[in-house]
Ligand binder design. Structure first.
Ligand SMILES: Cc1cc2nc3c(=O)[nH]c(=O)nc-3n(C[C@H](O)[C@H](O)[C@H](O)COP(=O)(O)OP(=O)(O)OC[C@H]3O[C@@H](n4cnc5c(N)ncnc54)[C@H](O)[C@@H]3O)c2cc1C
Length: 412
């Protein structure tokens, strides 16, 4: 059997190992925590996710993987349907078009502007999320809806994010149907996410631990600093963040400098618990606060007991210069302003200096160049830096990569 080294024991590396275990003799190297950004921290009787909150049920590969390894995901309860935006006051995000018309989430003028979307010519070339949103849906939609949404998904802002890389499906609908609304009507989709939020009874680590148990491989707790440490292997996959891959691959100057172009946004996750905090629901996204959002974990999943605040992102990169106490203070003040809740029973923080890759303008082209360059030196790259940032994307990409590697081997 060929010997395969996988660097990085996050979901990308672990799921790839799972799919390839019968075809290769695998060694996985992890420098810190198995699960990477999917890691559940137990603090007293609180479960706080350091990163991944959950996944949507619209990606069959994740659900299939759960079944194969014998773990049952749990669906967020009905409270998860209630989502809020804080725009100097709390506004519930309407789910049905009729509720949207009645809601004060946007002005009357802003709502009328949305109707123009049907008649705006499609543009298939790359543009930023802001350009896309303003062009098709109006400035108010960008300011009131896209700013909080980008913060929630990418910890980023619309003007620095590529629409084509971050929301390829929406861009495809525009190009194929000429209009988002026409496309969504034909596809019978509203503006809501097409899947339900799932996690696991004891958090994401329950899944990671089970997955690890089901992988036939050698697990090594070690940081790989240089690709030359792996000379004994026939194939090498780097499932590490792009900046780490750049460092490991420093001897390949061009590849390394391309990888460094993928920038990451810093995010701190602050865990609190407040008696009777309101509103009951999935959580609150903000438009201008240093806290990008508040996730009401305790109202949507069992065994959680706390809430989490996401602080920083591209909106507030200066978070990199703060200590934990200062970060907690920011989160505490924002929670008080937004919900009127004071004096949390517990405070916990996890700071990710490089949390989430920013899919900037030119991202897709950059990734093509990176992959082309990696191929030349026989290195395989995977992970959330390239073609999809979500947990589901990582599993789907591992599945597809495994298929490709198996075929390659059969062909060879
Ligand atoms: C705060 C936060 C919240 C998120 N919430 C969600 C969510 O709710 N839903 C969702 O779908 N996605 C979410 N994401 C995105 C999600 O985390 C990722 O898509 C996914 O977990 C990334 O997995 P990965 O394996 O590609 O990378 P990582 O999880 O980053 O794994 C990479 C691994 O490589 C290891 N490593 C790095 N360098 C080396 C080295 N030199 N040697 C050995 N090992 C090394 C690291 O320690 C790490 O374990 C969130 C991300 C963050 C940061």
């Amino acid at each position: 059997m060929q010997k395969l080294a996988i660097i990085g024991g996050g979901i990308s590396g672990l799921s790839l190992a799972y799919y390839l275990q019968d075809k290769f003799e695998i060694t996985i190297f992890e420098k810190e925590k198995w699960g990477g950004k999917a890691y559940t921290q137990k603090v007293d009787n609180y479960l706080f996710e350091e990163g991944v909150n959950g996944f949507l049920s619209n990606s069959p590969k994740t659900l299939e993987l759960c079944k194969e390894i014998g773990i049952e995901p749990i669906k967020a309860n009905e409270n998860a349907k209630k989502r809020f935006i804080y725009d100097d006051k709390l506004i519930e995000i309407p789910l049905k078009p009729i509720d949207f018309i009645k809601s004060d989430i946007m002005s009357f003028k802003g709502k009328i502007r949305l109707l123009k979307e049907f008649f705006i010519k499609p543009k298939c070339e790359e543009e930023s999320v802001e350009e896309f949103a303003v062009r098709r849906l109006g400035k108010e939609f960008n300011d009131k809806m896209m700013i909080p949404m980008l913060a929630g998904i990418y910890a980023s802002t619309p003007e620095i994010t590529s629409m084509n890389a971050a929301f390829p499906k929406l861009k495809k609908i525009e190009c194929e149907y000429g209009s988002l609304f026409k496309g969504m009507m034909k596809l019978k989709r509203g503006g809501q996410p097409s899947g339900e939020l799932h996690s696991f009874e004891w958090g994401m680590s329950e899944f990671i631990n089970r997955l690890k148990e089901k992988i036939k491989a050698t697990f090594v707790q070690q940081e790989i600093k240089d690709i030359d440490e792996l000379k004994d292997f026939d194939k090498i996959v780097l499932a590490t963040p792009a900046y780490e891959s750049a460092s490991i691959l420093k001897k390949y100057e061009k590849l390394s400098s391309l990888l460094k172009k993928i920038k990451y946004n810093p995010v701190a996750i602050v865990g609190f618990d407040y008696e009777d905090i309101k509103p009951v629901g999935f959580g609150i996204l903000t438009i201008k606060e240093k806290s990008l959002g508040i996730l009401m974990d305790k109202y949507i999943f069992p065994n959680r007991n706390g809430i989490r605040v996401m602080v920083g992102g591209a909106r507030y990169p200066e978070i990199k210069n703060l200590n934990e106490k200062e970060i907690i203070e920011i989160a505490k003040k924002d929670v008080e302003k937004i919900t009127n809740s004071k004096n949390p029973k517990i405070s916990w923080v996890k700071f990710h200096k490089n949390a989430i890759p920013n899919y900037s303008l030119g991202h897709q082209q950059l990734v093509d160049e990176i992959f082309e360059e990696a191929k030349k030196v026989d290195i395989i790259l995977t992970g959330n830096a390239y073609r999809g940032v979500s947990f589901n994307d990582c599993i789907k990409n591992s599945f597809n990569l495994a298929k490709e590697l198996k075929n390659e081997k059969i062909a060879g």
